[in-house]
Unconditional design. Structure first.
Length: 283
């Protein structure tokens, strides 16, 4: 199944959480001179035009990034992320209108340096073309139209022994929930010091509980779990929240999320909105 297009959801509340965390992790990685590998299992198009049909059809970014992009009172922890989004929209016709929003490759491109390398995987035939176009003038980036799970496992451990892996599947198939966890576990067995970020949607709570259970019973250590839910869990169809499992998070990330989450609830939340942050697995 290749029907999922992230262009419908670019810049929504889930992206705000996922990309603010990714920005903080990559910012942390660049504090050391030694290079690192960035590996993205499901990269999407790289950059999204918010004025185009897909984004306008849902308008999800209007209840996400658009609500906070110009807020002067945003917490300092959001600065790397918000500064990036602003810099990409400098040529906007109006200071209040967003024209573009980056996917995870667009976030990564802003942080990686000459000594770092990026490895991007995408299967969708349209998105892979957009991704290749986006990466044309990006040095040390490698784009492949192939299975991202196998792509991750084939690249680790990286020669530098420093790496950030983002696993961000569309979850079109129920099997993706456990396949993503299995990939993390196998990757960790090969490269236990890497930082792994696994995104998931909150659609059916039992699927997430199974993910957590399988991580806990594995050999993986030092896992931070964060969730931001707009609504209470429901048996109805649709995503009510978003979450991340972060393996080997930067030491200050939990404290940064303690600033970001209540801010997101105030700016993006509803009456039922809630968030959780916990150390799922100890170091």
């Amino acid at each position: 199944m290749l029907s999922y297009r992230h262009a419908f959801h670019a810049g929504n509340f889930a992206d705000v959480l996922k990309h603010s965390v990714l920005s903080l992790v990559l910012d942390y990685m660049t504090r050391k001179e030694k290079g690192f590998h960035y590996i993205d299992s499901h990269s999407g198009a790289g950059m999204y035009q918010l004025a185009e049909e897909y984004a306008q059809k849902t308008g999800e970014y209007k209840d996400g990034i658009a609500k906070i992009i110009n807020d002067e009172n945003a917490p300092e922890s959001l600065e790397p992320y918000l500064s990036l989004i602003k810099s990409l929209n400098l040529n906007s016709s109006s200071s209040d209108e967003l024209e573009v929003y980056p996917g995870s490759p667009g976030i990564a491109k802003a942080f990686v340096r000459r000594q770092d390398s990026s490895h991007l995987f995408e299967l969708h035939p349209t998105d892979i073309q957009h991704l290749e176009d986006f990466c044309q003038h990006w040095r040390k980036v490698f784009v492949k139209q192939s299975d991202g799970y196998q792509g991750v496992l084939g690249l680790i451990p990286p020669p530098s022994r420093r790496g950030v892996v983002l696993i961000d599947p569309p979850y079109e198939l129920k099997e993706d929930y456990q396949k993503a966890v299995k990939t993390i576990v196998k990757a960790y067995e090969k490269f236990s010091t890497g930082t792994y970020i696994l995104w998931y949607p909150v659609v059916k709570r039992e699927l997430i509980e199974q993910m957590s259970h399988n991580l806990v019973k594995s050999s993986v250590r030092n896992v931070l779990q964060v969730e931001f839910c707009l609504e209470n869990d429901t048996d109805e169809y649709g995503m009510t929240g978003t979450g991340l499992f972060i393996v080997n998070p930067p030491w200050q990330l939990a404290a940064q999320l303690e600033e970001i989450l209540p801010y997101m609830k105030t700016k993006l939340g509803r009456d039922e909105t809630s968030y959780t942050l916990n150390q799922l697995i100890a170091e």
